[in-house]
Design a protein around this ligand. Sequence first.
Ligand code: PMT
Length: 400
Amino acid sequence: MKIILGVSGGIAAYKAAELARLVMQQGHEVQAVMTAAAQEFVRPLTFAALTGRKVLTDLFAIESAIEHIAVAQEHELMVIAPATADLIARLAHGLADDFLTTLYLAFTGPVVIAPAMNVNMWQHAATQANLETLRQRGHRMVDPDSGYLACGMTGPGRLADPAAILEAIEREARKRRDLEGETVLITAGPTQEPLDPVRYISNRSSGKMGYALAEAAAARGARVILISGPVHLAPPYGVEVVPVRTAAEMRAKVMERLGPAGIVIKSAAVADFHLGTVPTQKVKKTAARISLELDPTPDILAELGRKKGDRLLIGFAAETQNLHQEARRKLESKNCDMVVGNLVGGSSDIGFESDQNEVVLALRTGELISLPRAPKREIAERIFDQVLKLRLALHAADGR
Ligand code: PMT
């Protein structure tokens, strides 16, 4: 594989030489690119000698004015180690004032970033916000180790071990673009059903599960349409987000955007009931008790089950008990190809709001697969692995 190694100016720049050696030992070709500050710590000659290639350093000292475009197109993966707070800020904001940052903007493949800096700089809200932007963009972070730092302080900030960075590179390199050409329609988050102009009924869904699915699908090459209830999450990079509020709005947008989708995933926590006629004025407080008479909302998943055609339809089941039975029951009753069951409620740190989940997959083939507790993004990857396997199995069964 052809890999760009970007080196920015921190004391850990010397460790990038060891990383270059390790990456080359795996049979990859390495093109080193150094910022001006990196060259204050290590001379380009070190990388030139290790990689056998001229090190790229200066945007204006090149044969062709568009060399950064050619370099971007020729390479398949970019790793930046060490990435300083300054470089991370420049990448996050799309500044392109030297060869490395210009190349980064022109590069469309996977990016691995290994930050290294002083502990206070690492913990600063600005740095953390910039890192979050880069994570949302789908880049893989190799977080710094904790320990004694060159500045004399102790804490997180030391460049991760080159072997750990190599492992992240290998994982990215193996990552498949197996959803290229697919359109995936995903619903996420809660719905809000108004009771009057200032009140509504909703639920605890944060949208994290659905957004993790959208990120995973986009990273694997799919065109992703994410129909999202109200959440506090940044739109995933490269994903088209369609905001909605109520179950009725979600239904309308799902049906409107269904056309090109080959895979539909209903991870939204849609309200089951709503107030049929919503008062136009705020309901005044009185001493009397009031009761609400609620109507059922449209069951979007059941409607999709009736009109899905060749699409793969994946529903979710949020349960407080009998997870396996309920996942299987919803698979049948809503004509899904897979139902992802998860436990919600109680004090458990999975399901609603958590960054982690633990699920059971009930498949049309009769299989029941348990996925142990893992970050929602990891669970999302495993769900797509199974979706693709399921498609092959169903096609084989159809004789197609
Ligand atoms: O958002 P997070 O905080 O990350 O939490 C994730 C999650 C717990 C919300 C998610 O993993 C999950 O379980 N989503 C489905 C929640 C839900 O509404 O489950 P249900 O068992 O009530 O509904 C079954 C299925 O029918 C779901 O696919 C749901 O989207 C769909 N449905 C439900 C009601 C309705 N009116 N229309 C629907 O399409």
